[in-house]
Design a protein around this ligand. Sequence first.
Ligand code: IPD
Ligand code: CA
Ligand code: CA
Length: 265
Amino acid sequence: MSTAAISARYALAQSIARQAGMQALEWFRKRDQLVIESKGLQDMVSAADKDTELYIRAQVLAQFADDGFLGEEGGLDREDAAYLWVIDPIDGTACFVNGMHAWCLSIAVTYQGKPVIGVVFDPNSNEMFHACDGQGAFVNQQPIHAHQARSITEGVLGVGFSHRVPVSAFVPFLGRVLEAGGMFIRNGSGALMLSYVAAGRLIGYYEPHINSWDCLAAIVLVREAGGQVNDFLANNGLHKGNPIIAAGAHIYAPLLALIDSDTAR
Ligand code: IPD
Ligand code: CA
Ligand code: CA
């Protein structure tokens, strides 16, 4: 693995996230003009998502024409390339179209199948979460670290749910969290909540099914911030998605114990 090749992509991922994020913010401010299409139950898309993804794809390929690209809206090109960009142009679309601030852009790069670069940009709060293999994790220029909690009672857990899984695969878990004295929050953006795990704002995050473009960037962030994450890419997670479990190193095992064994292991 060439350090220079990784560094060039790390810098590019951050600069594209910022430029594309400012464009998405313009869309957000005139969101009443957007036509919203449904992709499924509680799953929507607009021109803001599609345009932002096209912009990111063009910027990446202008610099690295041979790299692969997987985007939520436009799909996959050149999967066999050594470097694969996995991006969600807007994570938290339900918040975006309804005027709430919990949305972000998520850009990951894998090298020979391993996620090595993670960038999550929140334009509303001007927070750029970024991490590169072996270099630590940061929000803007500030180093970040996952939470040191040992008990579920010591902080707030992030959760996510989509109708891609049955309700029954999730609700019992929430009951167990509350009975153990825990508390949960769902803000509508899995990528942002996972970045908050890296920043130690949340003690952990669980969602019974998430897609690779939602979480690969934040997986690098959590890992580099000293947290723990499940083997998300196992069993074709890149294409089909998987459960995601991410947490501070000491709270990962207690969180796993609260998750139903049929759905998450
Ligand atoms: C969704 C959000 C949500 C998560 C879903 C995702 P979208 O992405 O991350 O928080 O629970 O699994 O699909 O549709 O806003 O890009
Ligand atoms: Ca998403
Ligand atoms: Ca999206």
